[in-house]
Design a binder for this molecule. Sequence first.
Ligand code: SAM
Length: 224
Amino acid sequence: MQLHRLMGLLITSVSVSSILVAGCTQQRQFNEVEPTTQAQQPSPTVTEQPAPTVTQPSPARTPDVPYVPTPNEVVERMLQIANVSGDDRLYDLGSGDGRIVITAAQQFGTRGTGVDINPELVQRSRENAQQAGVSDRTEFLQQDLFETDLSDATVVTLYLLPNINLKLRPKLLQELKPGTRIVSHDFDMGEWEPEQVVQVQGPARQHTIYYWVVPENPPANLLQ
Ligand SMILES: C[S@@+](CC[C@H](N)C(=O)[O-])C[C@H]1O[C@@H](n2cnc3c(N)ncnc32)[C@H](O)[C@@H]1O
């Protein structure tokens, strides 16, 4: 059992390192955000499954962002800032253990979809949703977030990286209906000025939440 856990941790750190080698700035940002080892720690409100083992299926392709969970107090603040309700259709792009989608369903009755490229995290999210009693209002897709159909979204949540937010920006502005709200943990979207920037104290550091509303006619410079 201990050997399995150790192998799981080794594999996690090797894969996270290999992702972060691609961008030293990004590695520094996430390491400053939270130690990557926290990715495997249990969430206070979402029941976690055991640590991954070597027998778990691997992602379809290398993830663009390593798995680092948003602290629960930051999740709640993100959902408050987006003013989510039972009428919303929420997408968390890169959904990790499903906590944003599950918390929105539990606290606000929101219907939500979590999208993650890592099949093990998708499976864990489904189990967490079941345990939280919100399987009827939530779904979790193993998918590349760049291929997700967002046409029925009214709220989108993100905890990615600056360059991935920028790469995603044209898709968000072209696919989302005007009026759709977007909240991003810690990272902005370049020249797209947010309507709100809120600082939240987490358990280990201060977090920043950015909030945008999709305009009727996005300026051309934001579509690149
Ligand atoms: C920083 S974590 C955020 C998890 C969760 N949204 C939260 O805030 O707790 C980023 C997640 O994005 C996923 N991811 C990375 N690249 C992806 C891609 N191209 N498509 C879908 N998911 C991706 C990772 O597997 C990881 O779970």
